[in-house]
Structure formats: structure tokens, C-alpha cells
Design a protein around this ligand. Structure first.
Ligand SMILES: [Zn+2]
Length: 518
């Protein structure tokens, strides 16, 4: 017994030592090849062009499906295997805008900058309408307007004022920003995202009641805006209307207009100036295929012992609809597609299988990635990782706009820090060196992280993400920065390759659901 114990402890020491001695220094000859292909023969902007200009908006539904099919075919053309669209479950109706026009015709003619919110209804034909201004915020008070709604366009009071922008729209992280991030070890979950979702749900509930009343009372449309929707940039999204939330579509025209137009109309309405509008909005709902899909493709592993293990990389391919979703998130998808193109073109033979996933339904609540993780990696009966879950070596995500990579967030997985620090060494000259211990949230790596799998997102320069492009009518190809996307593709290709070659999988921060550790 004693001898066995001694032997066991010797074996344990030996295996611990071999883990500790794992050399995470990347193969610099391979890094050199990846850099040459990624920085001088890049196709990342060509991919972005097809995903944005050519495809158009990629809202969950028909717009997404066009881009999904194009991406699947392109990945297959580049030599990836098992390229397919994989359903993640029931979504709900698809939707597209077919026409959208609104202008003020009295007291004078003026065009209005406007985009229908997602899953908005239409006006059936060109309509003339007066404005009804409603200064209420609780739903019971709305009842008093029931008989005043016929043929009106509703303007709900929103307490906004605008001020000039004294700060630059675009930003990069400074050295001191990055130093702060490297020292910030807070383990707080991403509560900002959760409270944002909660606030959106409350607002959606109010809008929902208002729209129902408006539809019943014969109103033609509702106009809304947001504090940020100024200087020609409109922030446009939509209710989380889908099979999962059960929110019904009332098919009332629901338009986001610029805050300047909104404030002007409100002032005149409050002063009793008669306002006339004309509007013609046509939208289309699709019910032929109500399922949601992810795009999946692979570079098969070459090591007989490790080829069943998988390194995943991904980004969400769906977008909101007011523009072509260039920075959110054609950028991330183009980078991820480019990363696997680089690896495939170089003919590298990864030991583990590399699998790319382009998710859908991210904008309405990470549906594509969440359902993929649940279906493949978690056993619902035991709430433990499945065999497939045990075989996932790591997941890498890009979804923070067009900015170049400055480092990586650890999601509080300190064991991964020294590994990633080594992997970033050959890219310090490209501005990527920071290891941020804390978590980043709000996108698809959270679907992996929340069940204890090794899921990570990169630190990227913000550029104009929060001021101009994120969910706006200005999220277009010309807001992409080619050099930044080339840099990001090169670094992601290298990370994914390293993860596929490493003797061990990326360590987990704690035993995942029932995981025995690694
Ligand atoms: Zn996004």
C-alpha cells in the first residue's frame, strides 16, 4: 500500500512536472508564415465587402441566411471540411424592410431621418397624418388617449436634450488604459450587460402596451428616438421579438427618428403648431423557415490522439438592420474566416481539430452560441459536460468592432494568463501585449464561460464603436480599418494554431460542470 502510494505520488509529481514544463513559446517559423499571409496577402476586406455591401443587413432571418450561405460556401471553397448550416432551434418570424419614407409636410416640407425598428409593421400605403404628442410614462394613463389615436402618428415624450460633441468620436486604448486593465483583477460578473437587458425589457414592455393601444385605436405609427441618435447617426434595434420571448408582433409602424427631428416635432406639438406628416412604410414577415442556424466548418486535426479534441473560434454573423453591420460584426466574422483561411492556405497541420462557428441570434440574446453550447457540451440530465464538452480545448471570440487586438481578457482564468502572454510575445510590435485578468461580456464567449468552458474574447481598440457604429445606420464598410482587421486575423490565426498544437488543453479556471480538471 505504502509502495503504491509512493509510486502514485511519484507519478503525480512527474505528471505535474511535465505540465509545468510545457513550453508555450510559439513556433516562430510558423508565426512568421502566418504574419506574411495575414499581413501581406490578406483577404479580410474582400470577405467584409461581401458580408456588408453585397449581402446587406444580416438581421436574424432572411438577411442572415443569405450571408450564412455565402460564408458556408466560401469556407468550403477555401478547403475547410464539414461546412454546414446547423440549426440551433426555433427562432420565430423573419423580417425585412421593403420601403421606408417619412417627411413633414406642414408647417413646411422637411425630410425626416428615420429607420423602422426591427419587426415593425407598415402603413399599407402612403398616408397623411397629424402628430399626437403624449407626455405620459405609465401605462394606465395611456388609456385616456384611446379615442384620440385614429390616423395619428404618436410622439411619446422622451426627456432628451443634445449637446455638442467635444470629444473625438474615435478612440484607441492608451498605454495607461492598458496598464490599468492588466492590473484590474475584479471578478465582478458582467452586471452592466444584465442591467442593460433588464432596462430594455422594462422599456419594451411599455412600448408593447403603447403599441397595442395604438393599433387598437387606429394610429398609423409611433416615432421614437434615443439620446445618442444625433448628427445623422441613428441607434436602431428592436424588441426581442421571437419564439423564445413570446413577444407578439402587432404590426404597427414603429420608427426610430433622429433626435434633432424628434425634438423639433415635440417643441412644435407642445406649442400647439399644427404638424402634418406623410409616410409610407412597407415591411415583410417571413414564416417559411422559423428556425435559427449557425455556420460551422472545420480544419480536421492530424494527431491520432488529439484530433477528436476541438479548438473553436467564432463571431456572430447576425446584425441589426439599419445598416450592414460592418463593425458589429462583419468585422469579427471576416477576421475569424480570415484566420482559418490563413491556416488552411499555409497547409499547416494542426494536431487538434479547428472549428469555426458564425453565430446567429446574438443581438437578441446570444441564442446561437447558447443553444450550441447546451446542445453539444452540456448533458441536460446530469448538468455535467458531455464527452464533446470535455474535448473542447478552448473557444476564442471577436466582437468588439474594427479595432486591432491589444491583448486578451482572461475571464478570471489566471492559469491561462502565462500561456497567452507567451503567445502574444511575437505580436508586441503590432500593439498586442495586454493580459487583462477580468471578464468581458455581452457576446458569445459568455455562452462557453458560463458553463465553465475555456471561452475568451480579445481586447480591441474601440475606434467609433460606441459613438458611431454599434447598432447604427452608419455601421458600414467604410468604418472598417483594413490594417486593424489584418492584424486581428493574424493574431487569432496564431492563437488558434497554438491552442491546436499545445500538449494540453487550455486549463479551466475551476472544475467546469463535473469536469475532472486538466
Ligand atoms: Zn456584436
Amino acid at each position: 500500500m505504502k509502495r503504491r502510494l509512493l509510486l502514485l505520488s511519484l507519478l503525480t509529481c512527474f505528471s505535474l512536472a511535465s505540465v509545468a514544463q510545457q513550453d508555450d513559446k510559439p513556433d516562430l517559423a510558423v508565426v512568421k508564415q502566418i504574419r506574411e499571409e495575414g499581413l501581406t496577402r490578406s483577404k479580410v476586406m474582400e470577405t467584409a465587402f461581401y458580408l456588408t455591401d453585397v449581402n446587406g443587413p444580416r438581421l436574424q432571418g432572411p438577411g442572415f441566411m443569405k450571408a450564412a450561405n455565402w460564408s458556408k460556401n466560401k469556407l468550403a471553397e477555401w478547403g475547410l471540411q464539414n461546412a454546414k448550416l446547423e440549426s440551433w432551434g426555433e427562432w420565430g418570424k423573419g423580417w425585412e424592410i421593403e420601403r421606408s419614407y417619412i417627411a413633414m409636410t406642414a408647417p413646411y416640407y422637411k425630410t425626416i431621418i428615420a429607420v423602422p425598428r426591427a419587426w415593425s409593421g407598415g402603413t399599407e400605403k402612403m398616408q397623411q397624418a397629424e402628430v399626437l404628442y403624449i407626455d405620459e410614462s405609465d401605462t394606465t394613463a395611456l388609456e385616456g388617449y384611446r379615442n384620440k389615436l385614429k390616423n395619428k402618428v404618436i410622439l411619446l415624450h422622451q426627456p432628451f436634450a443634445i449637446s455638442p460633441s467635444f470629444n473625438a468620436d474615435a478612440k484607441r486604448f492608451t498605454e495607461s488604459d492598458l496598464e490599468k486593465m492588466a492590473k484590474d483583477e475584479s471578478v465582478a460578473r458582467d452586471s452592466s450587460y444584465r442591467s442593460l437587458i433588464a432596462a430594455m425589457r422594462t422599456r419594451n414592455a411599455f412600448n408593447q402596451k403603447m403599441r397595442k393601444l395604438a393599433k387598437q385605436g387606429g394610429a398609423l405609427a409611433i416615432l421614437n428616438t434615443s439620446q445618442l441618435s444625433k448628427d445623422g447617426t441613428l441607434f436602431v434595434s428592436g424588441d426581442f421579438a421571437n419564439a423564445a420571448t413570446g413577444i407578439a408582433h402587432d404590426e404597427l409602424a414603429d420608427l426610430t427618428i433622429s433626435v434633432e427631428d424628434y425634438l423639433s416635432l415635440s417643441r412644435m406639438a407642445k406649442a400647439g403648431v399644427p404638424i402634418k406628416l406623410e409616410l409610407d412604410v412597407k415591411t415583410k414577415f417571413y414564416t417559411t423557415d422559423t428556425k435559427g442556424y449557425n455556420v460551422i466548418a472545420e480544419i480536421p486535426g492530424s494527431d491520432p490522439k488529439l484530433k477528436d479534441e476541438v479548438v473553436m473560434l467564432g463571431a456572430h454573423l447576425d446584425s441589426w438592420h439599419a445598416a450592414t453591420g460592418a463593425t458589429d460584426n462583419a468585422a469579427g466574422c471576416s477576421v475569424m474566416m480570415e484566420a482559418v483561411r490563413i491556416l488552411k492556405t499555409l497547409g499547416l497541420k494542426p494536431r487538434r481539430t479547428i472549428r469555426i462557428a458564425l453565430w446567429s441570434g446574438e443581438e437578441q440574446g446570444l441564442h446561437g452560441s447558447k443553444n450550441y453550447v447546451t446542445k453539444h457540451f452540456v448533458d441536460p440530465a446530469t448538468n455535467k459536460l458531455t464527452k464533446e464538452g470535455e474535448q473542447l480545448a478552448a473557444y476564442f471570440n471577436v466582437d468588439n468592432g474594427t479595432g486591432k487586438i491589444r491583448g486578451i481578457y482572461l475571464q478570471n482564468n489566471t492559469a491561462a494568463g502565462p500561456i497567452f502572454a507567451k503567445w502574444l510575445e511575437p505580436f508586441h510590435d503590432l500593439g498586442a501585449a495586454t493580459i487583462a485578468p477580468k471578464s468581458s461580456g455581452g457576446t458569445d464567449h459568455v455562452s462557453f464561460d458560463r458553463v465553465g468552458l475555456a471561452g475568451f474574447g480579445f481586447i480591441q481598440d474601440g475606434i467609433e464603436y460606441s459613438t458611431r457604429t454599434h447598432h447604427t445606420n452608419m455601421d458600414t464598410y467604410d468604418h472598417l480599418i483594413a490594417d486593424d482587421l489584418k492584424q486581428a486575423s493574424t493574431i487569432v490565426a496564431s492563437f488558434v494554431y497554438n491552442a491546436a498544437m499545445r500538449d494540453q488543453k487550455i486549463p479551466l479556471k475551476k472544475p467546469a460542470l463535473g469536469d475532472a480538471g486538466r
